[in-house]
Design a binder for this molecule. Sequence first.
Ligand SMILES: NC(=O)c1ccc[n+]([C@@H]2O[C@H](COP(=O)([O-])OP(=O)(O)OC[C@H]3O[C@@H](n4cnc5c(N)ncnc54)[C@H](O)[C@@H]3O)[C@@H](O)[C@H]2O)c1
Length: 443
Amino acid sequence: MSEQSKKVEIKPAGGRLGILTPGMGAVSTTFIAGVLAVRKGLGLPIGSLTQMGTIRLGKRTEKRFPRIKEFVPLADLDNLSFGGWDIFEEDAYESAVKAGVLEKQLLDQLKPELQAIKPYPGVFERKYVKKLDGPYVKQYTTKWDAAQMVMADIQQFIEQNKLDRVVMVWCGSTEIYLKPEPVHQSLDAFEQGLKENHPAIAPSMIYAYAALKMGVPYANGAPNLTVDIPALYELAKETHTPIAGKDFKTGQTMMKTILAPGLKARLLGLQGWFSTNILGNRDGEVLDDPESFKTKEESKLSVLEYILQPDLYPELYKNFYHKVRINYYPPRGDNKEGWDNIDIFGWLGYPMQIKIDFLCRDSILAAPIVLDLALFMDLAKRAGFSGIQEWLSFYFKSPMHHPDLYPEHDLFIQLMKLKNTLRFMMGEEQITHLGADYYEYYK
Ligand SMILES: NC(=O)c1ccc[n+]([C@@H]2O[C@H](COP(=O)([O-])OP(=O)(O)OC[C@H]3O[C@@H](n4cnc5c(N)ncnc54)[C@H](O)[C@@H]3O)[C@@H](O)[C@H]2O)c1
């Protein structure tokens, strides 16, 4: 894509958009109930760029700062329908009450709408999420059959809700760590693998395959490999479908990608960064299994390496010690506490310390991300974008990227990239922040 300012042709956002989430636990139900609450005027969509963010256009003297949702054609919250899959049969109301994130008093005001949202039975195998077992699962002989069943569910969801478009956002549990294998390298090999029940094809990949096959954009909220494999890049290209991932950037990693760019900007050195968390929700329980934690750990660790570039700044960042821990501690539920101890050094090597104690709410931070991803993935599809949507790195701990590029983790660069992509779509000039023409100092 060239960077000239010529408007991209974007299909209109009218009609109804369906949002499907494999996994209808804490994040998914906090997102769904939140959108319903916003629609009824019971709360504000805080944390959502699509709903509350603005974008500067043109020169600073022009004072043009439209809301993003007024600048690009996005689906309206009133035109969204929700659905999903889970391995427990509870409807969205019961699941939200159980998750304990939003107050029951608020959920009761949304009860009929939430009760009407019932999951389809999940595609699930316990070997991919060891700490979880549920009764509400599809029965199939091959993974190929399972994919056909997911496609039938999507079709039914479209018909029942009279939808014009659908997107899928993975909100299911974190699966065990999988490495790319030959079966992931081409679409042919992958389809063969589906038919032969290849063990390197996890349930999340089956949902992703079904979605992409039907041209449904797929965003991955967990660190699972899922759609980050050549076979599914190929399918995404073939069906002109956007894909994005991995792992919603909330809590501690969000703080890291805010703080680390600041330390680097001021050329302050880093000796070590120790991060630990306690959380007591089901996600925490799943991550208590070493194989699921390994997937999460990989996703969390790479952030600092890429931001700090130790190869370019060996005196400041070579060999810094980085540790990330997640501890399952049931009393806290969804209200995580994350501690960071950061050992830095400044002028002449004098040491200093920073301590962070973030008492956050995991699903409260993740819900607006699900909304933005759903709306932006739908926009991308209507704009004719396909394959990896690197401009949505802003939302991910471990952003998917072209194999020849390194990922961009700095939250502020990610935001600039996102907004410049929106400007590009709408034929507005890119903003470089040079600003020299206000001063004429080069004349
Ligand atoms: N909350 C955050 O801040 C945050 C940040 C980054 C990533 N995530 C990821 O988002 C995901 C959801 O988090 P959560 O807090 O909602 O967890 P949760 O445990 O409350 O919900 C996950 C749901 O997925 C279901 N599930 C698991 N495997 C499934 C399958 N194969 N098919 C259908 N359903 C399946 C589970 O039964 C559960 O209801 C997790 O993978 C988590 O790691 C969350």
